[in-house]
Design a protein around this ligand. Structure first.
Ligand SMILES: [Zn+2]
Length: 160
């Protein structure tokens, strides 16, 4: 995968900013609604009603939490796009790590093993491309990882 061009980067930024503004608006109005619901709760004394209100509120808070998570991801992606992130926009940091480890192994091999006469083997290791495929970025410009590592991360999170 090639690294995103300047034009592509500008396009992703635009999508991210638009999405961020709309999510922030959503969260704001959901918060207002949740607040109104809890104010009503305090004034209404029907147990049954309270039950549903609590359920709605829990559901709403779950939604707010999800959206806030996405907002955080978008803000991080915008930082990366502006060159202020922890890694380059469009790179999967875990692929980058793998590719660097591979390079280190290769250096060891070319440095020492080649003296022993085993030249050629080191060059055969397939290089890892750390760039997230364009199709994924277009669909999810705030993606932190490639699909493979996203799955690994989610598995780790579930078992944690
Ligand atoms: Zn990856």
């Amino acid at each position: 995968m090639p690294k995103p061009t300047k034009t592509e980067l500008a396009k992703y930024k635009q999508v991210l900013e638009k999405q961020l503004a709309s999510l922030r608006g959503d969260v704001g109005s959901m918060r207002d609604e949740a607040l109104r619901a809890s104010e009503q709760d305090a004034s209404v004394d029907h147990l049954a009603d309270q039950g549903t209100d609590n359920y709605d509120q829990g559901f709403m808070l779950g939604l707010i939490e999800n959206e806030e998570e996405t907002i955080k991801l978008i803000e991080e992606a915008l930082d990366r796009a502006a060159g202020k992130g922890d890694w380059d926009f469009g790179v999967c940091p875990l692929c980058l790590e793998e590719s660097e480890n591979l390079k280190k192994q290769k250096d060891v091999k070319t440095g020492k093993v080649s003296k022993a006469g085993k030249i050629g083997k080191a060059g055969k290791a397939k290089a890892i491309d750390p760039w997230i495929p364009k199709a994924r970025l277009e669909y999810l410009p705030w993606a932190r990882f490639c699909v493979r590592h996203q799955e690994v991360e989610e598995r780790n999170r579930e078992s944690a």
